[in-house]
Design a protein around this ligand. Structure first.
Ligand code: XMP
Length: 516
């Protein structure tokens, strides 16, 4: 079995980054909320090492979160970060106090204390190290057996360790970008735990294929293929595992981008030889959307029809027992909530949420353990074209939410063409991969213009391009004026029906990425 590290989550905003850093070092790890980590869980999980995350609670408060004491009795390395450090000190006989003066938020500099520590190999080569602090409470007395290895002006116990027992405790966050040498600290920790660095995409692919075969046996699987990265990678992986036992259903709701439906069908049916049902249901969807202008009504109509159509086609597949979904790790991590038990946040995926129960299907989710960029790497490993894997996210309701107000076929056609020109511009200028999402929205207004010697009265459109790491917050992309000018000219010259181009410079919040 792959060596693994257990991250016990106390609710820090950046716990996921710890997992990211470890995975980048080819070590497998999982995040579990503290409420779930019991003695029995630990024995069963058998981690090679344990990391205690940060968190918003105060160890001084009654009922604040604790890991089970047995984590200290397993003879494995334990690393406590921020709240994790304080909880370690508190449980092992040190002291934690509150204090305004010693609270520290943001950049700080840690200087070495006298001793050497393997955890700090490669640290302090140029004197002090920049770290990121975010703590209100602080340790005022370290636990017996611990010694100080690093200090900052406000944290005399910034780095402490009990070398004998392999316990390490740091006040700062080594996982964040603003602790530039943090990766080295994790690397040292992994090496000290004797953890093999064998979490590679090649190994994952083999393991995942074996698991799918074992789970599915000789039964049939259906997969809703949206053309997005997650469902595409899931489909190709499952196809590699079970071949024609997989059937994909691609629902074309008439709200896709220029040439998109054809691209998906050609790639999966012709190139990968997958059994693919191309459900061309444009008439059905566009008919039902006629006259609707409220964004939520549009979404609900599309969602409902999507399920109907998918179900109709899936019913035709004799003996299908499984539904494949491209659920990712961030969607299944149980988030810590202090008011009750751990709460599970699972997004409804690819508009097929609720389908498995309705149809009595079991789920196959081969990407459940992966982060988005790992899915992209797996896609590459599986031979999916690079330009396809790197595509910007595209929403389930498609162009419907980029066409504020009533949707008409005329507007959709204009929008598709304008969007294609805009994306072509972005690719030509080499900006595509710097942008999280870019698209055109066609506005529900016509404006007066003049072209040649004549007056025009055509639609206005808005260009949108944002940077983001997860779609939760976003900033507009700072295109040059030359780029914007050139793009506007091209759209107006090449797309009949648009005579005015604007650029949306709203960030999220307060705006959203999509227009509806
Ligand atoms: P917003 O507009 O909420 O978008 O800032 C955040 C991210 O989610 C995508 N999005 C959707 N995806 N169904 C989807 O599958 C939807 O109804 C939907 N609405 C927004 C959006 O494209 C962006 O990536």
């Amino acid at each position: 079995m792959t060596d693994r590290i257990l991250i016990i989550d106390f609710g820090s905003q950046v716990t996921q980054l710890i997992a990211r850093r470890l995975r980048e070092l080819n070590v497998y790890c999982e995040i579990h909320p503290f409420q779930k980590v019991t003695d029995a869980f630990l024995t069963d999980y058998a981690p090679k090492a344990i990391i205690l995350s940060g968190g918003p609670a105060s160890v001084i408060d009654d009922g604040s979160p604790r890991p089970p004491y047995s984590i200290f009795e397993k003879g494995i390395p334990v690393l406590g970060i921020c709240y994790g450090q304080q909880v370690m000190m508190h449980m092992l006989g040190g002291k934690v106090e509150r204090g305004h003066k010693t609270a520290e938020f943001g950049r700080a500099y840690v200087s070495p204390a006298v001793h050497d520590l393997p955890l700090l190999d490669g640290w302090f080569s140029e004197g002090r190290e920049q770290v990121w602090m975010s703590h209100g409470d602080h340790v005022s007395a370290i636990a017996p057996g611990f010694e100080v290895y690093g200090t900052s002006p406000n944290a005399p116990f910034a780095i402490t360790a009990d070398v004998e027992r392999n316990f390490f405790a740091v006040q700062f966050h080594p996982e964040v970008h603003h602790t530039p040498n943090g990766r080295k600290l994790y690397e040292n920790f992994i090496d000290m735990a004797g953890c093999k660095r064998d979490w590679t995409m090649g190994a994952y692919r083999e393991e995942a294929i074996a698991k799918i075969r074992e789970q599915v046996g000789d039964k049939k699987v259906i997969c809703g293929l949206s053309g997005g990265v997650d469902s595409s990678v899931a489909a190709v992986l499952i196809h590699e595992a079970i071949g024609d036992q997989l059937t994909c259903v691609f629902v074309d709701h008439g709200l896709l981008r220029l040439g998109e439906a054809q691209e998906v069908v050609t790639m999966f049916r012709d190139h990968y030889n997958m059994q693919l049902i191309h459900a061309d249901e444009q008439e059905l969807f566009l008919g039902a959307l006629e006259g609707l202008s409220d964004p939520e009504e549009k979404r609900k109509t599309i969602g409902r029809l999507f399920i109907d159509v998918f179900q109709k086609h899936a019913n035709d597949i004799d003996g299908a027992e499984f539904l494949a979904q491209g659920t990712l790790y961030p969607d299944v991590i149980e988030s810590v909530s202090f008011s009750g038990g751990p709460s599970v946040t699972i997004k409804s995926h690819h508009n097929v949420g609720g389908l498995p129960e309705k149809m009595g299907l079991k789920l196959v989710e081969p990407l459940r353990e992966l982060f988005k960029d790992e899915v992209r790497r797996l896609g590459e490993e599986l031979g999916l074209p690079k330009h396809f894997i790197g595509r910007h996210p595209f929403p389930g309701p498609g162009l419907a939410i980029r066409c504020p107000g009533e949707i008409t076929r005329e507007k959709l056609d204009i929008l598709r063409q304008a969007d294609a020109v805009y994306i072509d511009q972005i690719r030509k200028h080499g900006l595509y991969d710097d942008i999280w999402q870019a698209f055109v929205a066609i506005l529900p207004v016509r404006t007066v213009g003049v072209m040649g010697d004549g007056r025009t009265y055509d639609y206005a459109c808005a260009l949108r391009a944002v940077t983001s790491v997860d779609g939760m917050t976003a900033d507009y992309y700072p295109f040059s004026h030359e780029f914007l000018g050139e793009t506007a000219t091209r759209i107006i010259n090449e797309v009949r029906g648009i005579n005015r181009v604007t650029y949306d410079i709203t960030s999220k919040p307060p705006g959203t990425i999509e227009w509806e």
